[in-house]
Design a protein around this ligand. Sequence first.
Ligand code: FMN
Length: 461
Amino acid sequence: MSLIAFMQAQNCSNYAGSWRHPASTPDFMTPEYYQRIARTLEDGRFDLAFFDDRLAMPDIYGADHRLTVEHGVRAVKLDPTPVMMAMAAVTSRLGLGATYSTTYYEPYHVARLFATLDLMTRGRVAWNIVTSLNDSEAENFGRTEHLEHDLRYDRADEFMEAVMGLWDSWEEDALVIDKASGRFADPEKVHRLDFHGEFFQTRGPLTVPRSAQGHPVLLQAGSSGRGQRFAGRWAELVFAAYPNFEVGKKQYAALRTATEAAGRNPDSVKIAPAVGVVVAESADQAAEKRAYLESLAKPIDGLTLLCEVLNVDFAARPYDGPFTDAELAAVSWQSYRDRIIQKSGKKNPSVRDFVEVSGRGTLREGPSFVGTPVQVADQMESWFTGGACDGFVLAAAYTPGSYEDFVRLVVPELQRRGLHRKEYAGATLRDTLGLSRPRAGDRPSPADRRELGGKAKAEAG
Ligand SMILES: Cc1cc2nc3c(=O)[nH]c(=O)nc-3n(C[C@H](O)[C@H](O)[C@H](O)COP(=O)(O)O)c2cc1C
């Protein structure tokens, strides 16, 4: 069972109200805060700590950042890559993942950054590929509005072609480093990419040779039809958002089918839903802890965070007025919208439906496992063995406490049941996840790809 920590380099956990908890430590702008969590997760033999990201403050509600800042609704957001390197410095096996956007960065930049991070951690890095979500992000990067949903994925596909090509520009044994002959590397084994796509151009070669795990592990979290096709093609680990076990089982099967449809072995992709956990020594204590945590949420948290992911300003709309079909079609996070439509039973939900049905900004947003260590482990075991997932992305209710509770109480129970490792299998994140190591040259070369593309066009024509 893969265990992944859903980390944020921000002033609260994934649960916006968490910063108000008395045990939430206020040192989230220091390396020590992240290092303390890193040590805890490695003690618990977690596969990975992965950081989400957003390239703007959540300020779409009311078209103003004042409420966001005043209430601390994820108002601070640090760049996740240096933060995860602070964690790398005090661990040796824990995987470290960061979210980077294919919409606002360039392929060469991302390829170089993540290849370097992978070397500096000796092969423990993962990249969460996202296409970003809203106009505030667009405005921070010199654009006026965010791109349409499917177009973002089309660009992302091309972005991946370019990044994978750059990562392959050094063959495995290109480095010679022979001081006697004066030969540093074999020029026949370092290649230009000469990538000319519809959206991106990059020449190469990359200036970073291969890492211990070949290249960073690829993560992805989109779950619309288009998102699943993208994941089926590229992802090695998929983060899912299941409303419950039954729907989860269906989504799990659909993602495996999308992987097969992309010509890959479905067993080469791991799927992990995000879940919250509140655990304590007794069931009563766990319920009390959860009730207290729930009392920390404020309505502004949910409103702000919904507007952020849907890219819609709720303050400019009537609370009970239904969204038109055209407005719904323009929503940024389509699988999120579809979940609300399905759960509310309304084809055209209102702001009220989005707020009440989603539970965003509260602990009700996603599934939670609450109870004693045995009760929590029972629920995790039933999802895992019942065919809904290969592991879990654990969203902390408050930090660092939630991770410390989980590692102290639930991890030993999972280990006792043989569901979770007692020791890491190897040194790289791929070893930990049981993923194979890609070799440069596994993928068709640019020339072969052009030929394949030509053949496909000729056949289609
Ligand atoms: C667990 C999880 C984590 C995510 N993390 C991020 C993130 O950090 N940054 C981001 O821009 N989008 C994030 N997303 C959103 C997805 O990348 C994607 O944009 C979104 O699901 C919309 O695509 P879809 O309509 O195909 O689902 C996350 C989604 C899930 C389920």
